[in-house]
Design a protein around this ligand. Structure first.
Ligand code: NAD
Ligand code: UDP
Length: 337
């Protein structure tokens, strides 16, 4: 990747990193990131429209004088004084991003334009939460950053996949054209506490179904693969990438341990001691057959690799959902199926 390393290093010398904006900060990943940034002594402004995020995710942070919470939709411009911006605002679960697909692509594209415009004005560094979905249904396995992907441009996942691809592109041209100090991370399937019980993603669905004794809904024959990263590892990677000097990315962040969806269902059944049956349902259109990150770049440039095994991460996530369901859970708490 061609980057003007001198310019980035110069910007670095004149910039503080104290005031941080997290868009999508009340969501699953965003709330963990806000916590981590506060623990590192930063001032954090959490910006969210609460589409899939919840005030409860950050309620425990609200008393902290260094934490602010603002209801704002990033399809509209944002004017704040800030040093760093993590752009996480975007529904991530297929169920939620397909609910209003036009809104989803507006969030990715207009949201990117607005955070990049803000970064340009105030000379902030801005990190884009991109996704393994930019690789689509990948023909190269595992996926390195140099792979351009295999994405259906007109399918039901395109609002998300193409929105994220367009956002990456915008980040690169604001960088090349305007010298904006950008970072791009491609996040692979990440799970953990604070996913919504009705989120629709596979880990939360299976755990909630197993705990309730409902059938585990495996789409297709369950032979498709994913690689699951625990949230703490992922947040560590985001912060490391933001702190990098002279490296724009993109960089893959994910756990390279790969499992079939059927293996995941069996793991969840064992860990919860559930006797739920497995119910096979039709595979959604364009569902990628395989996915595993090549993390050589993250290892080399960030000194990062995941530390939490699937079993360890699932145990923590099961404990979270167990508590949540016992307390009655947030409104609308049925697993999507
Ligand atoms: P999430 O749905 O929990 O979080 C998204 C947050 O963005 C929510 O709080 C939501 O209310 C907010 N939001 C949505 N549209 C908005 C808008 N227009 N304006 C302001 N806020 C808005 O999902 P997550 O898993 O925490 O994902 C966070 C980011 O990471 C997303 O950008 C997602 O695409 C990316 N990502 C996540 C994963 C994963 O496995 N968790 C994988 C790849 C990429
Ligand atoms: N999946 C499944 N049952 C569910 C939810 C998802 O079998 O209840 C499958 C889905 O078809 C996909 C994989 O699990 O093959 C991961 O789905 P998820 O929505 O978590 O993430 P993504 O497809 O975006 O990677």
């Amino acid at each position: 990747m061609t980057i003007d390393e001198n310019r980035l290093i110069y910007n670095d010398e004149i910039r503080s990193d104290h005031r941080v904006v997290v868009t999508g900060g009340a969501g699953f990943l965003g709330s963990h990131l806000c916590e981590r940034l506060l623990a590192r002594g930063k001032d954090v402004l959490c910006v969210d429209n609460f589409f899939t995020g919840r005030k409860e995710n950050v309620a425990h942070l609200v008393g902290d004088p260094r934490f602010e919470l603002v209801r704002h939709d990033i399809t509209h411009p944002l004017f704040v004084e800030v040093d760093r911006i993590y752009n996480l605002a975007c529904p991530a679960s297929p169920v939620h991003y397909q609910y209003n697909p036009v809104k989803t692509i507006k969030t990715s594209v207009l949201g990117a334009i607005h955070v990049l415009g803000l970064a340009k004005r105030v000379k902030a560094r801005v990190l884009q939460a991109s996704t393994s979905e930019v690789y689509g249904n990948p023909a190269v396995h595992p996926q390195p950053e140099g792979y351009w992907g295999h994405v259906n441009p007109i399918g039901i996942r395109s609002c998300y996949d193409e929105g994220k691809r367009a956002a990456e592109y915008l980040f690169m041209d604001y960088h090349r054209q305007n010298g904006v100090d950008v970072r791009i991370v491609r996040i692979f399937n990440t799970y953990g506490p604070r996913m919504l019980p009705n989120d629709g993603r596979v880990v939360s669905n299976f755990i909630v179904q197993a705990l309730r004794g409902d059938p585990l809904t495996v789409y297709g024959d369950g032979s498709q693969t994913r690689s699951f990263c625990y949230v703490d590892d992922l947040v560590d990677g985001l912060v490391r990438m933001m702190d990098q000097v002279g490296f724009v990315g993109p960089v893959n962040l994910g756990n390279p341990a790969e499992f079939t969806i059927l293996e995941l269902a069996q793991r969840v059944r064992e860990l919860t001691g559930s006797r739920s049956e497995i119910r096979f349902l039709p595979l959604p259109a364009d569902d990628p057959e395989q996915r595993r990150p090549d993390i050589a770049v993250a290892r080399d440039r960030l000194g990062w690799e995941p530390r939490v095994s699937l079993d360890e991460g699932l145990e923590k996530t099961v404990a979270y959902f167990d508590r949540l369901l016992a307390e009655g859970g947030p409104a609308g708490g049925g697993a999507a199926g």
